[in-house]
Write a protein that binds this ligand. Structure first.
Ligand SMILES: [Zn+2]
Length: 445
């Protein structure tokens, strides 16, 4: 832990810099705090939904056409009206990029981001730079007692360009931010990074699930220890419960799970009580629906639809993000007035298929595997064109994984009704697709 005097100096510099250099962020930061204090957060969410629908209808040719069928005097007056809006699929997004933009979109008020394509077809969206999404991240950090001006450690997938490193150092001075890239996970670089962590004692360790997990395993294998941060923040892929346990043990700190993706960065995140993910209800509207797009009750799994309440450049309304999940009936017990959803497990688009047409979704397998992964580190199922499956696994060094392999194999065979050949294969690394390591890779036509 840093001394309070260093803290307060950092806070002072941070406040001044933010106020002067990024007044927009500072104002939104204050506003976001107020939104949360807003007693009727549901009302605020609904008000913003009405506003974004009206805005999208008026300013984009895509939504204008899409909602025209609802009648020229169509307005959102109730939840029922909102449910009449037809969802937007990933394919719609891929095919209508230009038509989804508002007329005044330009390079100053928006930034184009593209998904890696590992979860299906690659797609691009524009983020609205006028809404500083950083404030949502600060909000989550504050739940965990981490302030943005405290030292932080990051693990990226790639090495950062030299100039970016330098500018970042200046931008954040006197706060120290240190980086390691997944690409340089060797003893020399990791040792250096560990020494830095132990000297600067960052409050936060942040990165993509796969590289942070790799870092944890590396520390474990090489008997290295880091000064425990207050919290570990992992993003970008569903988190296995087993991975979380390993990370929490190795880092000596809780791992905060969050839900977000390229299209909408911050959708929901855990508070320290870890009773589910709090939805950023003032910024994002999350729905769970069945295959006919009718809402399912809380506690039931369905397709997730996202409405970004803040993106006025590239509106996403009832967007079918390609994930399945559920809203929770329970409340958290903390004082955060934001509703809860469960962690998203696995992607909707990837599944195993059998010749008779049976499908097994990734999320079911994730839950199944969690129970058995002790001596196995990573799993990947590769389904070939002839339906046969390579069950690839990476085992921990000096352990006997045979029993686990047998158990998992047995379950996979039962789930696929013995219709397909499944071949276990011990591998050194699992395949990457884009930047991710998918659980299922399907070569089926
Ligand atoms: Zn909570």
């Amino acid at each position: 832990m840093e001394k309070p005097t260093t803290w307060s100096f950092k806070k002072l510099v941070f406040d001044i810099k933010t106020k002067i250099l990024r007044p927009g962020i500072f104002k939104s930061h204050l506003k976001a705090k107020q939104d949360l204090r807003y007693k009727k957060i549901d009302k605020l969410n609904f008000k913003r939904r009405k506003r974004i629908v009206k805005h999208a209808y008026k300013n984009t040719s895509y939504y204008h056409k899409k909602y025209e069928a609802l009648g020229s005097d169509f307005r959102i007056r109730s939840e029922k009206d909102f449910l009449k809006l037809p969802p937007v699929t990933r394919d719609d997004l891929a095919n209508n990029f230009e038509r989804l933009k508002v007329k005044n979109a330009n390079s100053r008020n928006s930034r184009k981001v593209s998904s890696s394509g590992s979860t299906g077809r690659p797609i691009s969206v524009l983020h609205d730079m006028r809404f500083p999404y950083t404030v949502l991240q600060w909000r989550i950090l504050s739940w965990w007692g981490v302030r943005p001006y405290q030292n932080q450690a990051y693990i990226y997938r790639y090495k950062r360009p030299f100039f970016k490193k330098i500018s970042n150092t200046w931008l954040w001075w006197p706060t120290k931010r240190i980086f390691l890239s997944g690409a340089e996970m060797d003893l020399k670089s990791v040792n250096k990074f560990v020494k830095k962590i132990n000297r600067l004692k960052p409050e936060l360790l942040q990165g993509y699930v796969d590289v942070v997990y790799e870092f944890a395993l590396f520390l474990m294998d090489n008997d290295l220890r880091i000064h425990p941060p207050k919290m570990v923040w992992v993003t970008s892929a569903p988190l296995f419960e087993n991975q979380r346990k390993v990370m929490e043990k190795v880092f000596g700190a809780p791992v905060c799970d969050q839900y977000g993706n390229t299209e909408v960065f911050t959708i929901a995140a855990e508070c320290p009580r870890q009773n589910g993910l709090h939805i950023m209800h003032d910024s994002v509207h999350v729905e769970v629906v069945d295959n006919d797009n009718n809402p399912v009750p809380k506690g039931i799994i369905g397709k997730i639809l996202i409405t970004d309440l803040r993106n006025k450049i590239f509106p996403l309304i009832r967007y079918e993000i390609g994930d399945r999940g559920k809203l929770l009936k329970t409340t958290c017990g903390c004082n955060i007035p934001l509703p809860l959803m469960e962690n998203v497990r696995g992607r909707q688009s990837v599944m195993l298929r059998t010749p008779s047409g049976l499908t097994i979704r990734g999320e079911h397998l994730t839950i199944l595997f969690e129970k058995y992964l002790h001596n196995i580190r990573e799993i990947q199922l590769i389904q070939k064109e002839d339906y046969s499956v390579d069950f690839c696994y990476v085992s921990k060094p000096k352990t006997d994984e045979k029993k686990e392999v047998e158990l998992i194999l047995g379950h996979l065979k039962t789930k696929t009704r013995n219709e397909i050949i499944i071949q276990p294969k011990c591998v050194d690394v699992v395949e990457k697709k884009g930047q991710k390591k998918p659980l299922i890779i399907s070569h089926l036509k």
